[in-house]
Design a protein around this ligand. Sequence first.
Ligand code: SAJ
Length: 423
Amino acid sequence: ETISVIGLGYIGLPTAAVIASRRKKVIGVDVNQNAVDTINRGEIHIVEPELDMIVHAAVTEGYLQATTKPQPSDAFMIAVPTPFKSGLENNHHEADLSYIKAAAIALAPVLKSGDLVILESTSPVGATEKMSEWLSEIRSDLTFPQTHGESSDIRIAHCPERVLPGHVVRELVENDRVIGGMTPKCSEAAKALYKIFVSGECLVTTARTAEMAKLTENSFRDVNIAFANELSIICEKLDINVWELISLANRHPRVNILQPSAGVGGHCIAVDPWFIVDSCPEEAHLIRTAREVNDKKPSWVLNQVKDALIKSCESKTGCTTSDIKVACLGIAFKPDIDDLRESPALSITSEISKLGCQVQVVEPNIERLPKDLVRENIELVSLRQSLDEADVICVLVKHSPFTEEIKNLSAKNFIIDSVGLLS
Ligand code: SAJ
C-alpha cells in the first residue's frame, strides 16, 4: 500500500512523516523543488517542534520520499492552501480553489480504479464534490461517486485537518478526526487510512458536513475572540480593566470568555469564517461581524500607541516624534511561536515605524528581523534593553518569557497592554 500526500507544508509534511513513521510507504508531492530536495535530505523547510526528527527518521529508513510529480498510489491526501481571493470589493472574500484544482489535475493521470482521494485542505462547502468533478472531467474512463455512488471506481472524502500550529505532531495523532465520505464506502475507506496513525476517534459523516464542521470550529473561535476584543474596547471607554472583568465573569459556571488580543492572525481563523459568509451572505451576520471586529482591532491598538506617543512627547521639553522610542513586545501571530505570517502584531509594528519614532522590537522566538521590518528606525533588542530605554511600551503578544521580566517595568513608561500581560 502506497500513500501519497500532495502539498508538503505545515499540514502535509507532518501528516506524511507520521504515516511513514508507521512503516507505510509514503510519497510526498510538492511543486516546490527546494522543499522536495530539503525533505529528501532528511531535513525540513518549515518550523514545527519534533517534526525534524520524524522526517529525518522516515527518510533515512526509506519510508518517506518526496517528488514534484505524483506517482501511482493507493491513496492520495491533498493538503494544499485554500486562501481567499484578495482585492475583491465590499470586503467580499471568496475561496481560491486553484491549488486544489492544480493538485487534482496533477494526480488525475496516475489515478486507477480502487484509489482513494482525500481532501484535507480547509474548504468551502461543496469543494470536495467540485474536486471529484475536476477529476472525472480528466478521467472519463473511471467512475466517480457523484455519478456512480457506492459502485464508483474512485472513493472520495473530505477529512479536514484541525491541528494547532506548534503542537501538530501530537495533535495529528491524538485529535478526533471528522471523516466525510461522498458515500458511506468512501468514509469507510478513509477511516481505515486514518486509523493507521490516529489514536483519537474517527467520526463519520458526509463530505459537506465535514467541510462545514471545520469552518464552524474556526468560526466559533473567531466569534468568541471577537466578543473578547469588543469587550476590551468597551472597557477602555468605561475605564474598567477588561482582564479582571473577564476573569470575574469566567467564575460563572457557564461563562468562558476568551482573551482579548492585538487582533486575530494566522492563516486559519482569520480566513475560514469568510467561506461561510461567502456561501450564505444574507444569513451569516454574526460570523461576518466577528471577522470585522477582529480585523479592526489592530488599528484600534495603533491609535492607542499614537495617543501614548503624543503624551510621551508632551511630557518632555523640546521633544519631537523621532526622539521617542516605542518598544513592540512580540511580533508573532500568537504566543510562543516564531510564525510571523498574517500577524497583527507584525503589521502594527510596521505601522508604528511609519509614525517616525524609533522602534525596538522584542521577539524572543526569532534571531533577526523579517524583511518587511528591515528599516532604519527599527532594531531587534532584548526585553531588558527595551524596558530600560523605551518611552512607550506596547505589548502585542503574550510570550511566556515576558511574564517574569515585565515586573521590572519602571513607572516612567507609557504602556499599552493589548494582551493583558500586566494583569
Ligand atoms: N487569539 C486571541 N484570543 C484567544 C485565543 C486566540 O486573540 O483567546 C488569537 C491568537 O493570538 C491568534 C489567533 O487568535 O492570532 C488564532 O490563534 P489560535 O491559537 O486560536 O488558532 P490557530 O490559528 O493557531 O489554529 C486554529 C485552531 N482552531 C481552533 O482552535 C478551533 C486549530 O485547531 C486549527 O487546526 C487551525 O486553526 C487550522 O488549521 O484551521
